[in-house]
Every structure is written in C-alpha cells, then in structure tokens.
Design a protein around this ligand. Structure first.
Ligand SMILES: [Zn+2]
Length: 327
C-alpha cells in the first residue's frame, strides 16, 4: 500500500486520500475501502475532483471498478465533488442520507446557500464546480441500513446534530467509524478539536446523542473528514461533547446581553482560543492553520448556528408556555 504524503493506510484496508481542497493539503480527507466492491467515502468539493481522480488512479482503481461512493452529508466540502466523480467512475452507486439525496440530483439550492455563506470568490477557490448526480444512480440511506461491499459492509447510523442529513458509517472489518462532521473538526497539526455547529440544522441534544452512538459503535478508530484518524475513541468523544457544551454555553450566556452576530462571534472566538491544546506553534505554518480554521471552522458561522439553536429553543418554550396558560 503506498504511503506517500497524501495516501496513508489508516486502518485495515482503508486508505486516507488527501482531497487537496482548493489546492490545500490536510483540509479534507476521502477514504478508499479495499473490498470486493471498492468503495470511496467522501469526495471533497469540486476542486477535489482532479486530485481524488488522480489518487484513485495511483491506487490502481480502474474507472469501471469503483462500485460505491458514500458521503456522510451533503455539505459541499464532503459531497460537492460527487457529481463530477460519478461521471468519471460510471459504475459507482452513490449513497447519501435520504434527506440529502434530492440536493445531489439538483444541487442548485445547495450552491445558492453556500454562495450566501461564503461569497463568490471562496466558492470559486474551494467549492466549484458542483455537478448534479444522475438520479438513477442515487440510493437514499436511513438509520440501520447496510452498504454491502461483498466481503465487508458499512452500517449506517443516522447522526443528526451537525446537520439533519448526516450519517456516520461503521466498517464491519476494522471497526472504524467514518465520523463526517458529527464530532466536529480536528486539525491534526495544532492539535485542536472544534465543534461544527453551523446553521440551519445545529441541535445540541442531537449532536451529543450522535456522538454517544458513534462511541458505542466504534471498535477501533474514528476517521474524521477534517482530518484523519483518532485512535482514542472515548477521550475524543468526551472532548467533543465537552467542547460543544462549552461553546453552546458561551453563546447562550452572551445572548443574555446581546443579539449582535458580530459580538456573539467575538465572544465565541475568545473562548475558542482556549481550545488549542498545546503551545507547539513555533515550527508550524500558522498562516496556513488559520486559513484552515477559518474555512473549516468559521467562528462566525458556528456562532450563527448556536444562536439560531438557542433562539428556536426560546421560541418553542414560549409557545409551550402560552399554550399551557389558561385562557
Ligand atoms: Zn458539514
């Protein structure tokens, strides 16, 4: 198995592929599972189509031999490249959460909402093109489903919280779990684990429950999309839960005195500085790391997702209490 910098075997028969999102190393991983039916988990965005195709070529995957492509959710950094890759690998069946499937067949709304969030320039630099997937090749996933690869299988866990259209995948052979963004993102060079709490779907209780399900299912290693393997399952799950509860509390507290999105983001930013685990910055390319955090873990977007969550909770509580009030 090749071990060049962008292709590393991370578990039994699982090779991590650096998708070189926007030309950057170690932002977003895809994974190739060696099985009777070869399977790719995650694709990276549109700017990853060429690098991932090239990686699959180097791994000896014939164009007709890729049998399955599975994405954990439809955010463009995970699934934006799936349309382009599906055209190059014409035998692959494309698997995605049932809520996400219509958006891969017709990505117009996905692209529009990402453009609102990121702006045209970053769309070009990181995410485009986003091509549709032929609907006849799409298979919707739900909780408890299994993707059969012949001599190994992926079990599907519905894992909402980060997004309502998110699944985690448990590999039958290695016990590895593909976590997508369910535990947040982990930047290995810092190292730092940060929650991923974007609008519009972030839900704290579901996010924590999904991590607990992943903890229970993971027999060996957690494979993050951003980026790579984490072997201490319990410690990683504990940290991810502690962090998301901490971030949620920071924004809830701040909302007692302000609704200003910039102020909420500033408070979260200050709190997030404490999350970086070591002071080992001297030899690191800090500019590159900052760029990576900005893109994969935008504080502004995370603060917006958290604030939206607390507002909706408040509204629901008010609705309940007015319904209970005697008229
Ligand atoms: Zn995501």
């Amino acid at each position: 198995m090749p071990e060049t910098s962008d292709l590393v075997e991370v578990a039994d028969g699982i090779t991590a592929i650096d998708t070189m999102m926007g030309g950057r190393p170690r932002y977003t991983a895809a994974y190739l599972l060696d099985a009777r039916e070869l399977t790719l988990v995650e694709t990276g965005p549109g700017t990853s189509i060429d690098p991932v195709t090239d990686a699959l070529d180097r791994l000896g995957v014939e164009r007709d031999a890729l049998a399955h492509v599975v994405v954990t959710h439809i955010h463009l950094d995970h699934a934006g490249g799936v349309g382009g890759l599906s055209a190059r690998f014409p035998s692959a069946t494309i698997w995605v959460h049932e809520r996400g499937a219509p958006h891969l067949a017709d990505p117009a709304r996905l692209v529009a909402s990402a453009t609102r969030a990121w702006g045209e320039r970053e769309m070009q630099e990181f995410f485009l093109p986003v091509e549709p997937v032929d609907a006849s090749r799409l298979r919707p996933l739900g909780d408890g489903d299994t993707i059969d690869m012949g001599d190994r299988a992926l079990a599907v866990l519905d894992t909402p919280g980060h997004a309502s259209h998110h699944v985690a995948l448990v590999d039958s052979r290695s016990g590895a779990v593909f976590t997508g963004d369910a535990l947040g993102i982990h930047v290995p060079d810092l190292p730092v684990l940060r929650p991923a709490t974007p609008p519009p779907d972030f839900e704290l209780d579901r996010y924590v429950a999904s991590i607990e399900r992943i903890r229970e299912a993971a027999a060996s290693v957690l494979l993050f999309a951003h980026f790579g393997p984490l072997h201490d399952v319990d410690a990683t799950c504990d940290l991810a839960i502690r962090r998301v509860r901490g971030w949620s509390a920071v924004v809830e507290d701040a909302m007692a005195s302000t609704d200003d999105p910039e102020e909420l983001a500033a408070r979260l930013e200050a709190a997030a500085l404490d999350d970086i685990e070591t002071g080992a910055g001297a030899t690191l390319d800090l500019e590159m790391l900052e760029d990576r955090l900005r893109l994969l873990s935008s504080i502004r977007m995370n603060a917006q997702g958290l604030a939206r969550y607390w507002r909706r909770r408040r509204e629901r509580a008010e609705e309940r209490s007015s319904a209970e009030r005697p008229s």
